[in-house]
Design a protein around this ligand. Structure first.
Ligand SMILES: *Cc1c(COP(=O)(O)O)cnc(C)c1O
Length: 419
C-alpha cells in the first residue's frame, strides 16, 4: 500500500518557521480514530481495556489524547508511573508490567493502586516485603520453546527473560491467594511487531486454555487476561496492514471456545499495545543538508540515529517520502545518513528515491512508537522536539528540543564545570 505522509510540504514549510527540523510530529486525528477502532473491535468483551504501553511514546500530551479515548496505561518503570500519575491515571487505569523490578518501583505502583504484573515467582516475596500484596494481582506467563503459528516460527520464548513457567504460575497463584490476593490476571507477550491477524487469536487460545486449567487447579477468581503488545504495523509499503476488527473477532471465537463453557465469560480482556496505537501516526521530519558522491551516493540529513534508533539497532525499514516529490519517479539510489561517528547511522541503505536536493524535507514514516523514546545522546547529539498536529490542523509543541544546557545539566553539582 502506498504510504502517504499525514503532512504536506506546504504544511511543513510553515511549521519549520516556528520549529526547526529535525522533529517528530504526531497526528492526533489518526491516533484517535485508530483508538476507536481498537475499542470497537473488542466491544464484545464487557471489561475490555487497552493500556497504552507508555515506553512507546512517553509524552503526557499523547497519553492525554489516549486517555480521552478511554485507554489506560502500561508502565514498566518509576518515571513511566510518574508521567502517568501526572496525567491523572490511577488505580485500575494502570498496568505495571515490569521485570527485574526495583523495590521503589513496586512501592510506587502499589501506592497508585496499579495492577501489578509479576514477572517471576520470586517477586512474590519481594513485592510482599517492598509494598505488600494487593487484592488484584497478575502473573506473566512464558510457555518456553518456540512460538509457532502454523509452520511459521514467530519468536523464541524459551530464550526470553520474561515470565514464568506454567508450574510456577500455578504455584504463584496459590501462594498469592494465601497472602491475601483475591482477583487474578494472566499476561503474556510472545512475539513483537506481528503483521498478521492471527497473532492475538493464537495467543488468546493459549492463555484462555491456561486460564481454564489454572481455575481448575487453584480455584482463584480470574479477573482479566492481558494479551499485552505485539500487534505490528506495516513499516514497508509491501506489507498488508493488520485488520483490528478481524483480530478482535478472532479473539472472540477463542473466548467462546474456551472461556464461556468454563464459566469464565465475565473475565475482561486487556491489551497493552504500543506500536499499533501510535506507530503509524508519527513521522520524523528532517532536512537534507549534505550530499556526497564517493563509492555510493549519500544524502546527509539533520536528524541522526539518536532521534530514531530502529534502523541502526535492528536494521529496521522506515519508509521515506521526500516531501513535495511524492509523485516523482524513484530513479536515484541513496544511503540516507545522520551525522554520528558510527557507520550504522543510516536511515536508509540503497533506497530508491526521487532526486534529492539540498533543503528538501524528508518525512521518515512510522516513528510514532519506539521512535523518539529510544533516543539517546551519543556524540553529544541532542533530542529533538515533538509536535502534535491537532485535529483542527494547528500545530502544538508537546516537547521542546534539547539544548546544550540540558545535555550538561547533570554537572550541576560541580563548581568546576558549569556550562
Ligand atoms: C513493549 C511492551 C509492550 C508494547 O509492545 P508493542 O510492540 O509496542 O505493542 C506491551 N507490554 C509490555 C510488557 C512491553 O514490554
Amino acid at each position: 500500500m502506498k504510504k502517504i505522509p499525514f503532512v504536506t510540504k506546504e504544511q511543513i514549510e510553515k511549521i519549520v518557521k516556528d520549529y526547526p527540523t529535525p522533529f517528530h510530529i504526531y497526528d492526533e486525528k489518526g491516533i484517535r480514530e485508530n483508538a476507536r477502532r481498537v475499542k470497537q473491535a473488542f466491544s464484545w468483551n464487557k471489561g475490555f481495556r487497552e493500556y497504552f504501553a507508555v515506553k512507546a511514546t512517553p509524552n503526557p500530551y499523547i497519553l492525554k489524547v489516549l486517555q480521552e479515548e478511554g485507554c489506560g496505561v502500561d508502565c514498566s518503570s518509576l518515571t513511566e508511573l510518574m508521567i502517568s500519575e501526572k496525567c491523572g491515571f490511577h488505580g485500575s487505569d494502570i498496568m505495571f508490567s515490569s521485570n527485574v523490578t526495583p523495590a521503589e518501583e513496586y512501592k510506587k505502583a502499589k501506592e497508585l493502586g496499579a495492577y501489578i504484573n509479576l514477572d517471576d515467582i520470586t517477586h512474590i516475596e519481594f513485592l510482599e516485603e517492598a509494598a505488600g500484596i494487593p487484592e488484584t494481582i497478575c502473573c506473566r506467563f512464558n510457555p518456553g520453546g518456540v512460538f509457532k503459528m502454523g509452520t511459521d516460527i514467530m519468536d523464541n520464548p524459551g530464550d526470553a527473560k520474561y515470565g514464568m513457567t506454567k508450574d510456577q504460575l500455578i504455584e504463584a497463584f496459590k501462594r498469592l491467594k494465601e497472602l491475601g490476593a483475591k482477583r487474578f490476571g494472566i499476561h503474556s507477550f510472545l512475539a513483537s511487531n506481528t503483521v498478521t491477524n492471527e497473532y492475538y487469536p493464537t495467543l488468546a487460545g493459549i492463555l484462555f486454555e491456561l486460564a481454564v486449567e489454572v481455575k481448575e487447579k487453584t480455584g482463584v477468581e480470574l479477573a482479566f487476561i492481558n494479551l499485552s503488545g505485539g500487534i505490528g504495523i506495516p513499516y514497508s509499503p509491501e506489507q498488508e496492514p493488520n485488520d483490528i476488527a478481524v483480530i478482535g473477532e478472532g479473539v472472540r471465537k477463542q473466548f467462546e471456545k474456551y472461556m464461556v463453557p468454563a464459566g469464565l465469560s465475565d473475565v475482561a480482556i486487556f491489551t497493552e499495545l504500543g506500536r499499533f496505537m501510535a506507530g503509524p501516526y508519527g513521522g520524523l521530519v528532517t532536512k537534507a543538508i549534505h550530499e556526497k558522491h564517493i563509492y555510493k551516493e549519500y544524502i546527509g540529513v539533520d536528524a541522526c540515529a539518536v532521534n530514531l534508533m530502529r534502523p541502526a539497532m535492528y536494521g529496521a525499514y522506515h519508509h521515506i517520502t521526500v516531501l513535495g516529490k511524492e509523485n516523482e519517479p524513484c530513479d536515484h539510489v541513496y544511503d540516507v545518513t545522520g551525522s554520528l561517528c558510527e557507520n550504522n547511522d543510516k536511515f536508509a541503505i540503497n533506497r530508491k528515491l526521487p532526486k534529492i536536493d539540498m533543503g528538501d524535507y524528508l518525512f521518515i514514516h512510522d516513528t510514532g512508537a519506539h521512535g523518539f523514546s529510544m533516543g539517546y545522546n551519543y556524540n553529544g547529539k541532542l533530542r529533538s522536539a515533538e509536535l502534535l498536529l491537532k485535529e483542527d490542523g494547528s500545530v502544538k509543541l508537546i516537547r521542546r528540543a534539547e539544548t546544550p544546557k540540558d545535555y550538561f545539566a547533570t554537572f550541576d553539582f560541580s563548581d568546576e564545570f558549569r556550562f
